[in-house]
Ligand binder design. Structure first.
Ligand code: GLU
Ligand code: MG
Length: 430
């Protein structure tokens, strides 16, 4: 089998990868000219039907491939190979489209650099479940082996396409696994988050299995989180700027301000980072997802966790210290998620508000009693997004309107189901 097609992809507000393919004979041409696309495609819900949107039946766009994102999925297990490129959505003359999620992320990263001289390093950590496996213990070697040869093939595939897998592990929940990738420049990390999910699903299908990244498979089960790790560097010197051993949590003043912006806008942010009808069933206390809006040292219930550092093997804490945003899941668009976190961080850097509390590792649940809760459900999160005038300004009005409409349409589509039915519906899609 040959790699006869080139797929040009975008990721939409439903967090799904969509696009168009051309024959490999058009490979060079498509890199120059892109392929056609439709503005209203942004309003496709995760279930298929299109939501209300400001675009209607008119207008045209181009999907312009970014050549640096090229991957080649090799042929195997009965599926041909394919070249995949991630694209920016542009106007027909090639200028950026203000509603394109990838452009949204680029602009946020550019503004952080222009205003504060900072570069972002990031990594998205993904959990998922695979069906049809024999029951095995959490974190066990048995589970690790149970999914072979899928696991080894996945690590090999990710290596081959340059996604730099770091850790592949059997996780806590039933049939749950996790894969992490090496930290990379912000946009690259978001690109990888887009590609990873489709690579995992594609490989699982080749093995006759189904992988799902749904935030929950059932309301009482373990959650599948996407944890977004972010650190900042001085763009001129390359030096990391989040670490200061003399301060609480070893988080620098700058880091605390950046985190403060994320905490302040957290309710609205979750409407972007955890935007499915079941996302907020996962975001409840005692699930190690995110139990409230707080910043804490090495605490897995925190919205923002200051990750551990180690000096073992000659490690440098300053090079490692990063903030982990835990209230994201795989129903989010990675570009909108990362871009929004950066935008919130910029707000924090620009503000002179008090520094947020850095809760120490020893904090008790009783002490955390007063921390603000996350929205109770998607409706509440969407309301917060609409009402947070600062956050609303980050988005082109048509993008924000479409995001709200898509999420409300998805909510309405499963409103008649009980929580278990909603989880199953979402698991079918993601
Ligand atoms: N499964 C948890 C979540 O839903 C995360 C557990 C962990 O800390 O790895 O986010
Ligand atoms: Mg995990």
């Amino acid at each position: 089998m040959t790699d006869s097609t080139v797929f040009i992809a975008t990721n939409d507000v439903a967090g799904l990868t969509r696009g168009r393919a051309v024959p490999d004979s058009e490979h060079d041409s498509v890199l120059r000219k892109g392929v056609g696309w439709v503005p209203a495609d942004l309003a496709l819900t995760c279930f298929g039907p299109i939501s209300d949107n400001p675009f209607g039946s008119t207008g045209d766009l181009r999907l312009m491939p970014d050549t640096t994102t090229r991957i080649q999925i090799p042929a195997g297990h009965g599926r041909p190979g394919v070249h995949v490129y991630l694209a920016d959505q542009t106007l027909p003359d090639g200028t950026p489209w203000e509603c394109d999620p990838r452009t949204f992320a680029k602009n946020a990263l550019d503004d952080l650099l222009a205003q504060h001289g900072l570069d972002v390093t990031a990594s998205f950590e993904h959990e998922f479940m695979i069906d049809g496996l024999a029951p095995t213990a959490p974190f066990s070697f048995q589970r690790f082996r149970e999914i072979e040869p899928f696991g080894s093939e996945l690590v090999e595939l990710l290596n081959r396409v340059g996604l730099q897998p770091e850790t592949w592990l059997p996780e806590y929940g039933d049939n749950q696994f996790e894969i992490t990738m090496a930290p990379s420049p912000g946009l690259v990390a978001a690109d990888r988050a887009v590609l990873l999910k489709d690579l995992v699903r594609d490989l699982a299908i080749r093995h006759g299995r189904r992988a799902t990244f749904a935030p929950l498979m059932d309301p009482d089960g373990s959650g599948n989180g996407v944890h977004i790790h972010v650190s900042l560097r001085d763009a001129e010197t390359g030096e990391p700027v989040l670490y200061d051993a003399s301060r609480p949590g070893s988080l620098s003043e700058l880091g605390q301000r950046f985190a403060g912006g994320i905490l302040r806008h957290a309710r609205a942010l979750t409407a972007i980072t955890a935007p499915s009808p079941i996302s907020f069933l996962r975001l409840t206390p005692h699930r190690w997802s995110a139990g409230g809006i707080f910043l804490a040292e090495r605490n897995r219930e925190a919205l923002l966790r200051i990750c551990p550092t180690t000096t073992v093997g000659g490690g440098h804490p300053a090079q490692q210290l990063n903030l982990e945003y835990r209230a994201a899941d795989a129903t989010a668009n990675p570009y909108l998620a990362l871009g929004s976190l950066i935008r919130a961080g910029i707000e924090g850097l620009n503000s002179t508000d008090e520094f947020p509390v850095v809760w120490p590792e020893t904090v008790t649940e009783a002490e955390l009693e007063g921390v603000p809760p996350l929205p109770a459900d998607l409706d509440a999160a969407l309301e917060s997004l609409e009402q947070d005038a600062v956050v609303a300004r980050w988005f082109a009005p048509d993008l924000l309107e479409t995001h709200l409409a898509v999420k409300r349409a998805e909510q309405a589509a499963v409103a008649h189901l009980d929580p278990a039915g909603r989880c199953r519906r979402i698991a079918d899609v993601y």
